[in-house]
Unconditional design. Structure first.
Length: 75
């Protein structure tokens, strides 16, 4: 689960994450960038329901592959 929220405890949301392979998560992340052009890591986690550590790992891979710019946006 991913816990996100603001400073107020009443604003905290509990999100049930997908049980997903790295390859499938990568496909979903690439598709998200193709549709939205840019995204924050937290936005990807919340909208795709993917573990934030996995997202960071994948976005780092995409940067090394030259498929993702640092801001981040898909190339």
């Amino acid at each position: 689960m991913l816990y996100t929220g603001k400073r107020n405890m009443n604003d905290i949301k509990i999100i049930e994450l997908q049980d997903i392979s790295k390859d499938e998560a990568k496909k979903q992340i690439i598709n998200y960038f193709k549709k939205h052009k840019t995204a924050w890591i937290s936005e990807l986690a919340e909208n795709l329901l993917i573990d934030i550590e996995l997202i960071i790992d994948i976005t780092n891979d995409l940067e090394k592959e030259g498929k993702l710019k640092e801001n981040p946006t898909i190339v």
